[in-house]
Design a protein around this ligand. Structure first.
Ligand code: AMP
Ligand code: SF4
Length: 480
């Protein structure tokens, strides 16, 4: 998952705004950050580095960079490794001028395109899928850059929410399915494009609208001009269909963001409410039983909003009984399992005073590998809790994501092959239940046929090519 941000102004210097926007999107990627702009000599410039925004970039340098349009990116790797050469924005000066691209999403036909481009002589600098967009664009050197971009984007499949800088202006583009969010904001005459609306709050900008699925929006001195991508990846009957990622509402987006008119906070709270309703009216899908407990706790921050909803619906008091070390980032986003495990222990700490001798429902948004739930439940047991009932505010994650979220191959997903009883036993919980897919969609509140739920039900769109068992997009996930 990544975050992208772009700024356009007729007169103000905006590089620092991009820095601030990226800081608000830090939850979307912590491996690298970068900012790009075009200088008065028509050359593209970029500063990027590994780590968090404040480690990778200098706010004071950007504040003194005299540019009126710029784009930025925060990254965690889903396609290509975690290394400097894959940090974005990706930039080039080609026959038609400068171009910089920042991308959120995963292109499912990446390897096919890369092989075709290489056979025509293209030399790739990185292993990131985003670079194919740059090459596709550069290969159309007789078209003006915006036309070349439109043509390039009609060839790629899968998920892309992009900000692009051309001499023509700032461009925002979203794939025809709308997998990843992308929003337009405004402060005075300045325009901003952001992965999430939460970044506008920081800048004192107001949310204008979402970039439409399939829209390419050019922002320049002539104002805003909207283009449509050809729906060539869609069958005719699907041309109006959307496929917004439901996991953004479950986990990924910040709760103070609004995506497609839906408050992420309200959606999560409703997921918690429906979770409480479903387990208080029937036994959990595994038949493990309905917990009668002293309090509800969450795995902060990801489970907290749903836990509040659970508490409000069930009438069981909420206690902030698991404390989060606020100086440690999201654990899942760390790319290796060892770092992840250590990260959970450093990040989350249950209070012995609250858990000792008491029964608790523990709410988290999801179980992926089971690392977090297993470690936290065992730490709660060490606090001498008498019962721990785990409640998950999304359905079991059974399938990998090919659209830009770093879920692992099937083999590493706790729910891919195990029953709920097995998972409950492995993580050490007295009982375990999940929100149903239908309740999750109800909580989000968008029309059910506009939501991607592929990691829960395996219903993929624009699925990547599979070579034997190995996915041929750059994620190289294995199907078992
Ligand atoms: P795991 O520890 O592998 O079971 O991952 C689950 C934990 O990571 C949960 O506490 C979630 O808040 C978080 N999480 C779930 N899915 C993702 C994802 N795709 N990317 C990053 N973090 C995630
Ligand atoms: Fe989102 Fe899951 Fe679909 Fe990936 S597979 S886009 S995580 S809903």
């Amino acid at each position: 998952m990544c975050g992208v941000f772009g700024a356009y102004s007729a007169r103000d210097f905006v590089a620092e705004d991009v820095y601030l926007g990226l800081s608000a999107l830090q939850h979307r990627g912590q491996e690298s950050a970068g900012v790009a702009w075009i200088d008065e000599n028509r050359r593209v410039n970029v500063v990027k580095g590994m780590g968090l925004v404040h480690e990778a970039l200098s706010q004071s340098v950007l504040a003194n960079t005299p540019v009126t349009r710029a784009i930025g990116h925060v990254r965690y790797s889903t396609s290509g490794g975690s290394m400097m050469q894959n940090a974005q924005p990706i930039c080039a000066n080609y026959a038609q001028g400068p171009v910089a691209i920042a991308h959120n999403g995963n292109l499912t036909n990446f390897l096919h395109l890369r092989e075709t481009l290489e056979s025509r002589g293209a030399i790739f600098q990185s292993t990131s899928d985003t670079e194919v967009i740059l090459h596709l664009l550069a290969h159309q050197s007789r078209r003006r850059p915006l036309d070349a971009l439109l043509r390039a984007l009609s060839e790629v499949r899968g998920a892309f929410s992009l900000v692009v800088l051309l001499e023509d202006g700032l461009v925002a583009a979203r794939d025809p399915w709308g997998f990843r969010p992308l929003a337009l904001g405004r402060r005075g005459d300045n325009y901003y494009v952001s992965s999430e609306s939460c970044a506008f709050n920081l800048l004192g900008a107001s949310f204008v609208r979402d970039i439409e699925a399939g829209e390419v929006l050019l922002i320049n001195e002539r104002g805003l001009t909207s283009y449509s991508l050809p729906d060539s990846s869609k069958m005719a009957e699907n041309s109006k269909r959307r496929w917004f990622c439901s996991f953004e509402y479950v986990y990924f987006a910040r709760p103070d963001s609004v995506i497609e008119g839906i408050s992420v906070y309200r959606a999560r709270q409703e997921m918690g409410r429906l979770l409480a309703k479903s387990v208080s009216t029937e036994s959990s899908p595994s038949g493990i039983g309905v917990p009668s407990v002293d309090f509800v706790a969450s795995l902060p921050d990801s489970g907290t909003t749903a836990a509040l909803g659970y508490s409000q619906e069930s009438g069981i008091p909420f206690e902030a009984a698991v404390v989060r070390n606020r100086y440690v980032g999201r654990t899942f986003i760390q790319p290796t399992q060892k770092v992840r495990e250590l990260g959970v222990r450093i990040k989350l700490s249950p209070s012995p005073e609250l858990f000792a001798g008491r029964k608790a429902v523990l709410v988290d948004d999801s179980i992926v590998r089971g690392t977090t739930a297993g470690l936290v439940v065992s730490m709660i047991r060490e606090c001498n809790a008498s019962e721990v009932h785990l409640r998950i505010s999304s359905p079991p994650v059974r399938y990998p994501c090919f659209y830009g979220i770093d879920t692992p191959s099937n083999g590493d997903l706790a729910a891919a092959k195990n029953t709920l009883e097995d998972i409950a036993r492995t993580v050490g919980a007295d009982s375990l239940s999940y929100l149903s897919r239908e309740d999750m969609m109800k909580a989000i509140g968008l029309p059910p046929d506009s939501l991607c739920t592929a990691c829960f039900d395996g219903q993929y769109l624009d699925a990547p090519d599979v070579d034997g068992e190995r996915c041929r997009c750059s994620c190289e996930k294995i199907f078992e």
